[in-house]
Design a protein around this ligand. Structure first.
Ligand SMILES: Nc1nc2c(ncn2[C@@H]2O[C@H](COP(=O)(O)OP(=O)(O)OP(=O)(O)O)[C@@H](O)[C@H]2O)c(=O)[nH]1
Ligand SMILES: [Mg+2]
Ligand SMILES: [Zn+2]
Ligand SMILES: [Zn+2]
Length: 1558
């Protein structure tokens, strides 16, 4: 028959395989996740057929070969049509042949491996219908590993495991010559399986599509193996290979002659006995010949048969005749003959050896390509030298052996401090030194020969590298197979049969790990090579030599190879290596590296790897017995079209080592190891599959415990992975329903475990499993039947298994599309997670040690946002308050004729308004917060757990604000009321004058001369003086008032305090310097306790110095408060009011409160001192006020003005201009200036927060970072001392300095003032225009004053003086007033411009009524808490958070200052050590540092995994050790050696790192 050439390309292109990128189909393109991955629909077109097949095949689906296009779906109503249009129908064999033709060698291998899992026959010789050239598919079968138990070995339970192409298995071939009515393939299927367990090994004509004429697959030789399992049911007692030639053998002479030369027997099927049977004459063959024919066929003739047997020398016994319709007898006969052939043990040829035969007969071998050969040679170059695995590893892969294990131990010890002695910081330093020594040791080992070769080989181009890696794996497997498979089998049996024999299990476990050698060990070595050279200086050639390795490894990861994430032997993550690999990966894919992570966890050997392999078609190591070690990650591409839907570019699958149940946990660290592994991978994954094999459900319970802990921890760090439970080996189809009860039980167990775990992790709020994670027992439970249908090795994969796994995959991918709980981290972010998680895992106290820069970033972002809302809340309320205070001050001044008792009503109204306004503003913050969290992006998800903190903070901010506003408003009212007495006097004076003057008007009519008028005025004036001679300003005894207030302030204190009050003389107590006296502190010991270790005796001098320091600070604070009050008195011309003293007492109370050191006695004396001072000053100021406001005196002073006005009132001249000028000078200008200065504070603060530098003030963390950085730069002991001793005051001054620095540079201050000024001027000018219309001047002025609503406070006296005897044309006055106000503006502006020097600015800022540094400080002070051990301030955002934390703690030397010697211990080390502390909180009982939360539940002190975090403070202490010692009257600290080498750069680096400012 002549086949038209080019048939194959044509057929390929109908299948859509004609034009493949790169020419071949690759494994990764098949594994890619695309929209078809989970579509159930049958292929819609021929182009989809190959993909449907491959997808099913990769999932080991037995139905993979049932291919049919949707459009030729059954037409069951035949209707007698002749319509058998089969143009679209496809024979599965054609499809398989086509696919093998267009697949690359690696996909071919994978197809073969999946096909054998399904027990499908695989191609041995692949025909090419165009060239008539067959290919031996040796490479494709290279990786097939099979296990069997021939009956000769059955006795001792031994088995044979190996690469099938290397096994000596006899092959029996089946060939059809001419026509045959025997359905060969069908019969072969029956030959190979029990009738009870029928399986279609070969495609036959009764299968869907099996009857479609073959187009390209004639000449295909398929092979399948029968492997006995050692049971009596075995069909053959020895392994046998069955080869099946497709098509008429007469046309395929080459194939036939190949089969003759390689088979032990050839069975010829033929009916056409008269036809050409010349092939039977092939006498080179040693193969035994059999002839099978059908006596039922029409052409059958016994005579002819006999002739033929004679002619072709076929033994009579070798003729098999099918005599009955039924196949059974015939198959039995065949089976008998096959058995006898293999029983004779004549010819056994390895598939590997068939290559030689191929060459003889002109068949190609797929391994005959340079790349494959090179790969093989390169791999052999390495493996040739392996004599003994253990020795090889020791000499050729030395870096990751014991050294790496030791380093791992050290890294963990640094976090656990289990063996720390007394001097823990030195111990910690010694660990670091040890580690460095080990790294040096690693560096000293030259790169081994094997590694040089390995690196060389993996640096080759794509295919070459793939061949090399595959060959390496194959060869290494072969090397270690024998040992390993026996060990694994023993291990499995041991775990099953004698789990109590822990010694043996541990032994086997170790042996397995020692004997294993695979490519992963080379990669592990590569990682260590990179890690140890990384610590070399950058220009070191060795370091440069390893620079490219991570990129190489990243590429390999992209190629679809699993890369080790956790080294299961050392139980550690090579972090520097992984970090660099992932970073490179991120770059390689152009930063399109969003990853979705899926993990599987479960008891060992429960088919976890198998599950993943089935689900994604990947190739994780699978074997019975302990197999996977540590954790491996593998990437699967997501197709472009699905990326946005799945929100990721890759799916990362992590396969993990099976967890051991505690009974098996023999080594005491293995439970720990499991725990670490589970926590890490659960933390990394978006979806975790918990694999439960039904038979292991009790073991599972213990594993769940580990898992629940891990989930709980994840919740605490803001991650909620999805969790699925997969129950394996559940055969019942109705499993889901019938297992409802089990599910309920599992749920109960999980809840119980959650409670237990929550208790252990001290997070008792979690009472249910569902509190910890998103889990719906009904939706998230899957039941998967057993993997094998029957007994391996002959069993195919259970179709139920593959289907159930497919369902699982489908739901998984579906849920990914809808879920919004996925992190979608990119590789770089993923990396941050790994680092954070692994660091935390290394501590025993995971939850409190989780630090991750992503979370930190997200938190900072939230804080920054929240702070802006908080800021606008505060400034809004501050401005509101200023206007309301103004209104109160103006009460009865600009609005005449109001009753004084109306003021209280007004206050109530204002308070009501305030609370309404506060509500609104609070609501604004809350809704902003909600909006922020509605975004549901990565950032917000990470900080979800802080949401409530910020809500609470908003609420408490509101409450604080309400309190302080109430206080301010009441104070304003009280002051206003206090002035009323004086005002009454003033009113009386004015009334008298008014009356008298109007009487004088009569004289005006008499037209007196100026002299006459003056005389009259003098007369009247004397009368006034006389009438008012009795009126006096009220005297106040401030001292007495203070005494009274003190008594009520101290009334709750012990009796002796009021006694003190009786003896104290306030007049003298405010004099001189306040000095702390030792006798005020009776109970010395209680202070000693605070130092943390009672063993160090208290140092009295340093203690008193400390107290003195604190008191001095408080006094300074009160002094500035007093001077503020005094300036208010002076500015507003008001007298003393007792609110001032109450303010001051409250300030003292507030300031003393955080300092427990200050005894009651000391505090009382302090109050006496402060109040004494205050009383003296207030008394003085009040006296001045009285003198200034004395009616007689004021009358005397104003007499000339009155006279002038009096005289003017009679003249005809309009006084507009003069009056307007006067009004501007005496009333408007002071009011305007006052307004500007009131608003200036807020404006300056706002200004500070703008621009780039404003970032510093955006959150406390930013601010602290900047402050510490500047301190480092300034390098001043004094400043450090102040910072560490009186944090708040130092910070406040610091802010003030920053403000002054900024405001005095350029014209910033001037600008702000000018802006405020022009704003207010604009407002008042506007009122002039709107009011002046036809109004009497006496009406106009008050109206004008009250109009710029609540903006200006007019000076009462000036206004009074002005209003009297006023007489002017309003319109004219208004015009003039406008002009003068303009003049005033430019005058004031000029004034601002002239006062821009530092001293002016300082002066101004210090005396502002609302001080910008106070405003900023309140914003930045946070909660004001300090670390109970070292005094570092809390950095958490909002005022009201659940937990306090600091980025960087410091030595206790900076806080525990009363010891004889400065202490270097740092709390971040203390809390992970076994050390103990005691103080007044613990009732002086020793308490372990690890349990510090028993006493300080609000503090979160994270252990420090690195050595560098506190380098900043180590450096400071090292540098100023002597100075601090001197200041605290103690001996200098013993500085560990490695601290001494620290430099300012180190300090800065640690600062950056701690504050996440890389
Ligand atoms: N009978 C049966 N065997 C299974 C099933 N699933 C997996 N296996 C076999 O069990 C063995 C172990 O499977 P693996 O996938 O390596 O198991 P694993 O959980 O990854 O094992 P480790 O990684 O060592 O913990 C393999 O030989 C599988 O073929 C199943 O459902 N039924
Ligand atoms: Mg595994
Ligand atoms: Zn601390
Ligand atoms: Zn706090």
């Amino acid at each position: 028959m002549f086949l038209p050439p080019e048939l194959l390309p044509k057929l390929l292109s109908t299948l859509g395989l004609g034009d493949l990128p790169g020419g071949k189909l690759t494994l990764s393109s098949v594994l890619e996740i695309n929209s078809d991955t989970v579509s159930d629909k049958p292929a819609q077109s021929l182009e989809q057929l190959p993909w449907t097949f491959l997808r099913k095949l990769m999932m080991s689906n037995l139905n993979a070969r049932n291919i049919k296009c949707a459009k030729d779906q059954p037409m069951y109503d035949y209707k007698y049509t002749d319509d058998t249009d089969d143009s679209d129908a496809f024979n599965p064999l054609d499809l398989i042949t086509a696919l093998f033709h267009c697949s690359d060698p690696f996909l071919q291998q994978e197809m073969v491996s999946k096909m054998t899992m399904c027990q499908f026959a695989v191609p041995l010789l692949l025909p090419n219908c165009d060239t008539q050239q067959s290919t031996l598919m040796l490479w494709a079968m290279r990786d097939l590993v099979k296990k069997c138990r021939p009956h000769s070995l059955a006795g001792d339970r031994a088995f044979v495991e190996g690469r099938i192409i290397e096994m000596d298995i006899p092959m029996v071939s089946f060939v059809r010559l001419g026509e045959s009515s025997l359905r060969k393939s069908q019969i072969l299927n029956k030959l190979l399986t029990n009738p009870q367990q029928h399986n279609d090994t070969f495609v036959h004509c009764d299968m869907e599509g099996g009857d479609v004429p073959r187009r390209i697959s004639d000449g295909l030789v398929e092979v399948s193996w029968y492997l006995p399992c050692g049971s009596t049911n075995d069909l053959f007692t020895q392994p046998v290979a069955i080869a099946n030639l497709r098509g008429d053998g007469r046309l395929f002479k080459t194939q036939i002659s190949f089969l003759y030369k390689t088979s032990a027997a050839v069975f010829i099927f033929s009916d056409d006995l008269e036809g050409d049977l010349s092939t039977l004459n092939n006498r080179e063959s040693r193969a035994e010949l059999f002839l099978a024919t059908n006596s039922q066929s029409k052409t059958f003739n016994m005579e002819t048969l006999k002739d033929i047997c004679m002619k072709h020398k076929v033994k009579e016994t070798n003729v098999i005749i099918k005599k009955k319709k039924n196949d059974a007898e015939f198959v039995k006969a065949l089976r008998f003959h096959v058995s006898s052939v293999i029983g004779k043990n004549l010819i056994k040829m390895k598939v590997e050896d068939m290559a030689a035969v191929s060459q003889c007969v002109g068949i190609l071998v797929d391994e005959d390509c340079t790349e494959c050969a090179n790969g093989r040679a390169k791999a052999e170059g390495i493996t040739r030298h392996v004599q003994d695995v253990v020795t090889f590893k020791e000499y050729q892969l030395p870096l990751h052996g014991e050294i790496w294990k030791e380093i791992s131990q050290l890294e963990k010890e640094r976090c656990r401090m289990r063996c720390a002695g007394k001097d823990i910081e030195s111990y910690k330093s010694s660990l670091k030194t040890k580690e460095e020594t080990l790294r040096k040791k690693q560096q000293q080992k030259a790169v081994s020969e094997a590694m040089v070769k390995f690196i060389g080989a993996i640096s080759e181009s794509g295919t070459q590298r793939l061949y090399f890696l595959k060959w390496l794996k194959i060869q290494l497997d072969t090397l270690s197979r024998h040992n390993l498979s026996t060990l694994r089998e023993q291990y499995k049996n041991c775990c099953r049969d004698t789990p109590q024999n822990k010694g043996l299990i541990a032994d086997l476990d170790e042996k397995i790990s020692n004997c294993s050698l695979g490519p992963e060990h080379f990669f592990r070595e590569l990682g260590q090579l990179y890690e140890c050279y990384c610590s070399l200086p950058e220009n070191n050639p060795a370091r440069q030599a390893v620079q490219d390795l991570p990129a190489l490894c990243a590429q390999i990861l992209l190629d679809g190879f699993p890369v080790e994430l956790v080294d299961g032997d050392a139980s550690n993550v090579p972090m520097k290596w992984i970090k660099e690999v992932l970073t490179q990966l991120h770059q390689l894919v152009d930063t399109k590296s969003k990853i979705l992570v899926l993990t599987v966890l479960g008891v060992q050997s429960t088919g976890k790897s198998t599950l993943l392999n089935t689900m994604f078609g990947v190739q994780f190591a699978v074997s019975s017995g302990r197999c996977t070690r540590g954790a491996f990650m593998l990437l699967i591409k997501v197709s472009e079209e699905l990326r946005s839907e799945l929100k990721c570019d890759f799916i990362m699958i992590i396969d993990t080592e099976g967890l051991k149940s505690p009974e098996l946990a023999t080594l005491d660290t293995s439970y720990e190891h499991d725990n670490e592994l589970a926590t890490l991978v659960i933390g990394l994954s978006d979806i975790t599959i918990i694999n439960i094999a039904m038979e292991n459900s009790t073991e599972m319970k213990d594993i769940l415990q580990i898992v629940v802990h891990a989930f709980l921890r994840m919740k605490e760090v803001g991650k909620r992975p999805r969790c699925l439970f997969v129950h394996q080996n559940v055969s019942d189809m109705s499993a889901h329903d019938s297992n409802m009860r089990d599910r309920k039980k599992l749920m109960e167990q999980l809840d119980e475990m959650t409670r237990a775990a929550a208790k252990m992790e001290k997070k008792v709020a979690n009472a249910k499993f569902t509190d910890v994670m998103d889990y719906d027992p009904d939706k998230d439970s899957y039941y998967i039947p057993g993997l094998w249908h029957g007994t391996p090795p002959m069993a195919p994969v259970n179709s139920g298994y593959s289907e159930a796994v497919y369902e699982l995959k489908k739901t998984l991918i579906d849920s990914l599309q809808t879920s919004n709980n996925i992190m979608n981290n990119n590789a770089a972010e993923f990396l941050e997670w790994i680092q954070g998680l692994w660091n935390a895992v290394k501590f025993e106290n995971f939850i409190f040690n989780f630090r991750n820069s992503l979370v930190a970033d997200a938190y900072t972002d939230l804080c920054t946002q929240y702070n802006t809302w908080e800021w606008s809340f505060q400034s809004e309320m501050n401005n509101w308050l200023i206007t309301k205070e103004t209104r109160i001050s103006n009460f009865g001044v600009t609005e005449k004729n109001v009753q004084m008792n109306g003021l209280r009503t007004r206050l109530r109204e204002l308070l009501h308004d305030a609370s309404k306004k506060l509500n609104e503003e609070e609501q604004k913050i809350l809704s902003n917060l909600d909006k922020y969290f509605q975004k549901k992006d990565n950032k917000t998800r990470l900080v979800e757990k802080y949401r409530q903190d910020f809500r609470t903070s908003a609420n408490s901010l509101r409450q604080q604000m309400e309190m302080s506003m109430k206080h301010s408003l009441e104070k304003a009212v009280e002051i206003r009321e206090g002035m009323e007495m004086v005002n009454k006097i003033k009113n009386k004076t004015m009334d008298t004058i008014e009356k008298k003057v109007s009487k004088l008007k009569e004289y005006g009519e008499r037209k007196l001369s100026e002299d006459g008028l003056t005389k009259e005025f003098e007369k009247m004036w004397e009368e006034i003086i006389f009438e008012l001679s009795e009126v006096r300003m009220p005297e106040i005894d401030v001292y007495q008032d203070v005494h009274h207030l003190l008594r009520s302030n101290l009334s709750l204190k012990s009796g002796y305090v009021s006694e003190m009050l009786n003896t104290v003389d306030l007049r003298s107590s405010g004099q001189g310097k306040f000095s702390v006296k030792t006798e005020w502190f009776s109970d010395w010991t209680s202070y000693a306790k605070r130092s943390g270790s009672a063993s160090t005796p208290i140092n009295a001098n340093s203690f008193i110095a400390e107290i003195q320091n604190i008191c001095d600070c408080i006094i300074r604070h009160c002094d500035s408060l007093i001077s503020d009050h005094i300036s208010i008195m002076k500015r507003n011309n008001t007298g003393y009011n007792d609110t001032y003293i109450r303010d001051i007492l409250k300030a003292v109370d507030d300031q003393v409160k955080p300092h427990e050191l200050i005894s009651e006695k000391c505090a009382t004396y302090l109050k006496f001192h402060v109040c004494g001072c205050a009383a003296k000053l207030f008394q003085k100021t009040h006296k001045e006020f009285n003198v200034l406001n004395d009616p007689q005196k004021r009358l005397m002073e104003s007499k000339p003005i009155f006279l002038e006005k009096f005289l003017e009132s009679f003249s005809e001249k309009d006084q507009c201009q003069k009056r307007a000028k006067q009004f501007t000078e005496t009333c408007v200008k002071p009011a305007v200036e006052d307004s500007v200065s009131k608003h200036l504070g807020q404006a300056i603060a706002d200004h500070m927060m703008m621009g780039d530098e404003g970032l510093i003030y955006s959150t406390r963390t930013h601010f602290l970072y900047d402050l510490l950085k500047q301190l480092l730069h300034e390098d001043s002991f004094q400043k450090y001392k102040e910072y560490t001793t009186s944090n708040e005051i130092f910070v406040k001054n610091w802010i003030k300095e920053q403000i002054i620095k900024k405001m005095s540079s350029g014209k910033q201050m001037q600008q702000l003032e000018t802006n405020l000024l022009s704003e207010i001027v604009k407002k008042i000018t506007a009122t002039i225009t709107s009011n002046s219309k036809s109004m009497d001047i006496k009406e106009f002025i008050p109206k004008f004053c009250s109009e710029p609503k609540d903006q200006l406070v007019f000076h009462r006296d000036a206004l009074d003086d002005f209003l009297i005897l006023i007489n002017a044309n309003t319109d004219q006055f208004a015009i003039n007033l406008k002009k003068f106000i303009e003049e005033m503006e430019s005058h004031l502006t000029e004034g601002y411009a002239n006062k821009t020097g530092i001293s002016h600015i300082t002066e101004k800022i210090t005396h502002l009524p609302s001080k910008p540094h106070d405003l900023l400080f309140t914003r930045l002070c946070g909660c004001g808490e300090q670390c109970p051990f070292c005094g570092t301030p809390c950095e958490a955002g909002g005022q009201d958070h659940k937990t306090h934390f600091s980025s960087m703690h410091r030595s206790r030397a900076f806080a525990g200052r009363y010891s004889k010697k400065l202490m270097i211990d740092i709390c971040t080390t203390l809390v992970i050590s076994d050390g103990r502390f005691r103080n007044s909180e613990t009732n002086n009982e020793w308490h372990p540092y690890k349990e510090y939360r028993d006493f300080y539940p609000d503090w979160e002190i994270a252990g420090d995994p690195s050595m560098e975090t506190s380098d900043y403070w180590k450096y400071v202490l090292m540098k100023f050790n002597n100075e601090f010692a001197e200041a605290y009257h103690a001996q200098p600290a013993d500085i560990p050696d490695d601290w001494k080498t620290l430099t300012a750069e180190d300090a800065l680096r640690s600062l950056r790192k701690s504050f996440n400012r890389q």
